[in-house]
Design a protein around this ligand. Structure first.
Ligand SMILES: Cc1cc2nc3c(=O)[nH]c(=O)nc-3n(C[C@H](O)[C@H](O)[C@H](O)COP(=O)(O)OP(=O)(O)OC[C@H]3O[C@@H](n4cnc5c(N)ncnc54)[C@H](O)[C@@H]3O)c2cc1C
Length: 293
């Protein structure tokens, strides 16, 4: 099912989850188990990251194909412009469509490690909106596209108003959905959403949530992507040993509160960055499952 239909026809908010393709046999066996747990919930769609952490495009499409075949759930590949020529973009999208994809998350990607600025590939694209234009020109309604939004502004464009102008360009180019970067202060999301709506962005804006189960790990991720963890949440989490069961439960409780407030305030769904673990998602669904029925 395409994004548009998923959000238009639902009588309730949509729970969606993000996974990454494991690189090792151990990682694959782990994901197998975790996926079986995750798929017991009312999952509207699964998205699979691309390239992040060094995975290859085959890993993404292979995992997408396998999950779709095994669980019959809408499964969506991500794609980034990193190192991608127009020809390789076409090859990727053609394979994805041939294997049953109706959606894609269209991204620019981050500069490779060691580089500070993004350098487009020869015959490739500098910005995600160019990828959206290209995919829409070539594939039209065969692919419904989601793009990334940044409640605290993108790390390279800290100014929120400018970030939203850039988001508007991506949506006007043909995106049907915005999924946000992780954030921990709902005030950031509500401000971002208000500004986006005022700017004329009228596709669903789905908050992306990453429950904190190991503070040091998430602190690193937030610093890389320019998100912040509020001081009171940091203080609470640092009162427990890093990654301890107490810290995990405090992080999950905070994620439940955060998601609960969002769901009470008209979000079309929540998108959980699972990091391939079902534990936090299971707790969140146990507490908030009634919203997704
Ligand atoms: C939900 C989600 C999923 C993600 N999945 C992945 C993944 O699978 N793999 C991965 O590697 N990364 C992933 N990312 C990270 C993403 O690739 C990075 O955040 C990247 O730095 C920006 O990608 P983008 O698509 O938002 O780029 P863009 O929208 O192109 O923005 C990149 C920068 O350029 C600026 N900009 C955009 N348009 C213009 C313009 N017209 N003129 C001037 N400046 C402009 C923006 O403000 C921003 O600073 C994901 C992020 C999110 C939120």
């Amino acid at each position: 099912m395409q994004f548009k239909a998923i959000y238009r026809t639902a009588q309730h908010p949509i729970l969606s989850i993000e996974l990454f393709p494991p690189k090792t046999e151990k990682g694959r066996a782990h994901l197998e188990k975790e996926l079986a747990q995750l798929m017991q919930h009312q999952v509207g769609f699964v998205s699979v990251t691309y390239g992040a952490g060094g995975s290859t495009q085959n890993n993404t499409l292979d995992l997408v194909k396998r999950i779709r075949a095994q669980y019959g759930v809408t499964t969506v590949p991500h794609f980034t412009c990193v190192g991608a020529s127009r020809q390789s973009i076409l090859a990727y999208a053609n394979r994805a469509i041939a294997e049953g994809a109706e959606n894609m998350v269209a991204l620019r990607g981050d500069p490779p490690r060691g580089q500070t600025t993004f350098v487009p590939a020869p015959d490739g694209f500098r910005y995600a909106y160019q990828l959206v234009v290209f995919l829409k020109e070539r594939f039209g309604d065969r692919l419904s596209l989601a793009v990334a939004g940044y409640p605290e502004g993108h790390v390279e464009t800290r100014d929120l108003a400018t970030s939203i102008e850039h988001l508007k360009i991506k949506v006007d180019a043909g995106a049907d959905l915005v999924i946000t970067q992780l954030f921990y202060d709902n005030a950031d999301f509500f401000r971002f959403r208000d500004m986006a709506v005022k700017a004329g962005i009228n596709v669903p804006i789905v908050p992306g949530l990453l429950p904190i189960t190991k503070y040091s790990q998430i602190d690193r991720i937030t610093k890389l992507c320019g998100a912040s963890i509020p001081a009171d949440l940091t203080k609470l989490l640092l009162s427990f040993e890093d990654g301890s069961p107490d810290q995990q439960m405090a992080g999950i409780a905070a994620a439940i509160d955060q998601a609960g407030e969002l769901l009470e305030n008209d979000v079309p769904g929540i998108h959980i960055f699972t990091l391939n673990n079902s534990f936090a998602t299971a707790h969140m669904v146990e507490a908030l499952g009634h919203y997704f029925e």
